[in-house]
Design a protein around this ligand. Structure first.
Ligand code: PEP
Length: 243
């Protein structure tokens, strides 16, 4: 079976107003219409999904949500269901991002329920895992990530419905990255916990300078990019770093 293309995904987080989001999406779409070697995905805030879907048009750049609720509908003020994401044009949903695990107290069980919800709606779930600095320093990174996967990824996972993003918490937005050896070691451990062929992304301070080296690692199936995805030029440079 041929290796899937690498996936470069932009997590815009809680950034950009409508005009800025449309401009960024148009710039990414324009580049994507030219030659490139990876799959591309952008995950804007919920408020921009419709406008960004429109701006991406037929460029081939996929659209994703940054989170979803486990229920399909109901009295959940402020929440968005996986079905709503699908209806807005999404093909993917990020679940279990560390900013939600830590700031919103989401447990592995919550992430598992959201993963099932994404699948129920026909979305690919991008399940995020990653250790804190203290956990890495205590030599527990692999145990922590393995436990997160066991608790967050349901048994029905396949290479088609699951992407795992390994994002060490201490590397997100800090400019720090693990060594290549550490990335390879933990990606290999993740590989042993998920279906063959499912992509494993690295995330945490990926930028145009370090992308080529990280994306050259055979175990790395792509990148989940936060800060650098907010500038079309940087996001595109990372996409072009896929060999
Ligand atoms: C993220 O939050 O998913 C992320 C990878 O952020 P950054 O690239 O800014 O470290």
């Amino acid at each position: 079976m041929p290796e899937p293309k690498r996936l470069v995904a932009g997590n815009w987080k809680m950034n950009l107003l409508r005009a800025e989001g449309i401009a960024l999406a148009r710039a990414v779409a324009a580049e994507a219409r030219g030659a490139h070697r990876c799959d591309l995905l952008v995950c804007p805030p919920f408020t921009l999904l419709a406008a960004v879907a429109d701006a991406l048009g037929d460029s081939g750049v996929a659209l994703g949500g940054q989170d979803c609720h486990a229920a399909p509908a109901g009295a959940y003020t402020g929440c968005v269901s996986a079905e709503m994401l699908k209806d807005a044009g999404c093909g993917h949903a990020i679940v279990g991002h560390s900013e939600r695990r830590h700031a919103c107290g989401e447990s592995d069980g919550d992430v598992r329920a959201k993963t099932l919800a994404a699948w129920r709606a026909g979305l690919v779930a991008i399940v995020c895992v990653g250790e804190t600095r203290a956990e890495r320093e205590a030599g527990r990174a692999i145990d922590i990530v393995s436990a997160q996967l066991a608790g967050s990824v349901p048994g029905e996972a396949t290479a088609a419905n699951l992407v795992v993003a390994y994002e060490p918490v201490w590397a997100i937005g800090t400019g720090l990255t693990p060594t290549n050896e550490d990335i390879v070691e933990i990606h290999a451990a993740i590989r042993g916990c998920i279906p063959a062929g499912a992509r494993i992304l690295y995330g945490g301070s990926v930028n145009p300078k370090n992308a080529a080296e990280i994306l050259a690692l055979a175990e790395v199936g792509g990148a989940l990019v936060g800060g650098a995805s907010l500038k079309a030029q940087d996001f595109w440079a990372i996409a072009q770093a896929c060999g």
